[in-house]
Design a protein around this ligand. Sequence first.
Ligand code: DER
Length: 235
Amino acid sequence: LTQDDLKKIAAYKAVEHVKSGMVLGLGTGSTAKHAVDRIAQLLQQGKLKDIVGIPTSTITHEQAVRLGIPLSDLDSHPVVDLAIDGADEVDPGLNLVKGRGGSLLREKMVESACKKFIVIVDESKLVKHVGGSRLAMPVEVIPFCWNHSLKRLVALFAYAGCVGELRKSGDGGKAYVTDNGNYIIDLYFERDIGDLNKASDAILRLPGIVEHGMFIGLATSVIVAGVDGITVKTK
Ligand code: DER
């Protein structure tokens, strides 16, 4: 079983919770892609009807259009029945890191408007503490004086041995620009950042900061696909 096989297994399991008539948050990334494919397949087979998708990125929007999934937005559907999305990290309390694919803002807008939010991951995403890995913690910032924002973010987490870097686009030169016209600062911690809510509040209080990639208390369940099978963790 490849990692992508595991992602697909988790995604298909999550789609079993989709019922006809639902308003669905459509996630972004290589795992959520399988869930969107599966939803489209069931619609084509007539096994699902009257689904409305709320995409969490332009990439997912384009995938859903290509596959014929009817789409809408949060203005028309302020309450979403179910969102299915991947994550970069999941801790035992179902707190997440998301955004290494760059879509964290729209994902968090959709997923915080959901009655249910099922996270789909392969087992490599499980961590003891969110923010405790040495991998990126994405923060979306406005482009204006981004370096000033970077320095303020790094100073905020000096206790955790923090460094930050502006995310670059594929060709290495220019800054990566999100669907919303913003930049992303990736933060790296040498030590655990401690209380996630405190960290979140401190980040969001900084002017010029738009949103961060910690999804605290948003997931209602996580489906983990591993080589030994599937486990489902529910809050
Ligand atoms: O960038 C994102 O928020 C993605 O959802 C990410 O968290 C998971 O992407 P993956 O399924 O490709 O690992």
